[in-house]
Design a protein. Structure first.
Length: 467
């Protein structure tokens, strides 16, 4: 089959979907990690500005000394004590910093008090980092560093972030692995559906997807897709069959009509009523066939207009039976009517209802045996519906063919061949007219032999309310 469209393979679609899903998953993971790190850094820095314990240890040590000593006298002893190996103070690098008082006077120069710089006012470089020393909310000095160091809040942040970042990376890798395994369960079925959809779009309606066991949404999607393609293939087959059937039904009367008229023109038949009448009968047959097709198409497309009224099914059956009684008597067929209810009001179109009844009776008279032939008609009430059954005592149908009896142009190859008459549209019209008016219709082999066709309509609302 040469497809007009290029159909991608399942493998290429699967690879493309997998790349898209993994890319999206990776973006989500990266954004999540960055968000966690960003929020963590923000919260630690915000806490560091509000909590004194997040401040630099050197600054806190100097503030404690100032409070305990009442000033900066003997600050060099603090430095000496802090530099001892067994000091109780945390180790600090005093050799790379200056300590100034509140007036920017140097009181300790790189851990010493005997340098020329001590006692002078120090003007630090604007880019030189320095930390204020506060006591009771007032600045009592400055700690000036020679080199720019990482702020203590940032150091704390990094110390917190390092394990979080390591754990996040491990979890990200683990999540990607799990994501790949889970993604395959999603990508594989979706890729199969996409590839199958492309094949269907290219005209291959026989495409089916292998159904795997499961009750998940993807399994349901596959089942619905297969049901859709089956319906499309069935509709396409019916469309082709319809065209073939229409061509077949039109060919016979047209051939007869053409042969008769050519015979008249060529002088084979005289140009009188007896020669033209058969041709005229074929035009009637063509007209009825075209009208049946038009009616069936309108009914199937729900474009047929119905004049709904409250109609008594019993009276409609009696009127239609009276019309077909002479035809039945000519064939030696007996029509029996049994009404289990005196009145059966339904909301339908009277003309279409009698057309339904007439088509079923006509079908029964056409195929029932003339010898001891019977057509039994019965109306009864079941729950809130009125049921009408029309059964003949013919040979019936094989069980496998009953399901097709309402198909367009369907005829059994044996008892219901074309020689018996009809184009196979009568029962198809019956089904569409009944269902379009809210009724139900079906067929089955009767227990006494022959075929039984039934239809049911709900009781009219007015009658139901009165009861």
């Amino acid at each position: 089959m040469n497809n007009p469209l290029k159909v991608e393979s399942i493998k290429s679609i699967r690879s493309r979907l997998l790349r898209i899903v993994l890319r999206a998953f990776a973006i989500v993971v990266v954004i999540t990690i960055i968000s966690i790190l960003g929020i963590t850094i923000y919260e630690i820095n915000n806490s560091a500005r509000q909590n004194p314990f997040y401040r630099s240890p050197s600054t806190m040590l100097l503030e404690a000394f100032y409070v305990g000593n009442g000033g900066w006298n003997n600050v060099d002893k603090l430095v000496q004590e802090a530099q001892k190996p067994d000091s109780q103070y945390p180790a600090q690098d005093w050799n790379n910093s200056l300590i100034l008082d509140a007036n920017d006077t140097v009181i300790l120069d790189h851990g010493r008090t005997n340098t020329p710089l001590v006692g002078t006012v120090y003007k630090p470089d604007p880019n030189q980092p320095r930390n204020e020393i506060r006591v009771n909310g007032q600045i009592v000095g400055w700690l000036v560093n020679d080199v720019k160091e990482i702020p203590h809040p940032l150091r704390l942040t990094i110390s917190f972030i390092n394990p979080i970042a390591e754990i996040s990376v491990v979890l990200a890798v683990f999540s990607v692995i799990i994501g790949i395994l889970l993604t395959r369960r999603v990508v594989n079925p979706v890729s199969e559906v996409m590839a199958a959809a492309e094949r269907v779009a290219a005209g291959d309606l026989s495409t089916r997807i292998k159904i795997k066991k499961g009750n998940d949404d993807l399994s349901i999607l596959v089942e619905h897709f297969n049901a859709m393609t089956e319906a499309l293939e069935r509709n396409d087959f019916e469309r082709r069959q319809l065209l073939a059937d229409v061509a077949h039904e039109l060919r016979t009367p047209l051939s007869v009509l053409r042969g008769r008229l050519e015979g008249v023109v060529d002088g084979i038949y005289p140009a009188n009523e007896s020669s033209i009448a058969p041709a005229l009968e074929e035009t009637y047959l063509l007209e009825r066939l075209v009208e049946d097709l038009r009616l069936l198409t309108l009914a199937e497309n729900r474009q047929l207009h119905f004049e709904l009224h409250t109609v008594d099914l019993v009276q409609s059956l009696e009127r239609t039976i009276a019309i077909f009684t002479p035809q039945a008597q000519d064939k030696g067929i007996e029509i029996n009517f049994k009404a289990e209810v005196q009145q059966a009001n339904v909301r339908v179109d009277p003309q279409r209802l009698e057309q339904v009844i007439g088509n079923i009776i006509d079908n029964a008279l056409r195929y029932v045996s003339a010898e001891h032939g019977q057509v039994n008609i019965q109306i009864s009430q079941q729950d809130q519906d009125y049921w009408v059954s029309i059964a003949d005592n013919g040979t019936g149908l094989p069980a496998g063919e009953i399901d097709h009896i309402f198909d367009r142009f369907w005829r059994s190859e044996k008892s219901r061949a074309r020689a018996a008459g009809g184009a196979g549209l009568g029962l198809a019209i019956v089904k569409q007219l009944v269902e379009a008016q809210g009724g139900r219709v079906g067929a089955e082999n009767a227990s006494t032999g022959g075929l039984k066709i039934w239809f049911a309509f709900p009781r009219s609302q007015q009658e139901a309310e009165n009861n």
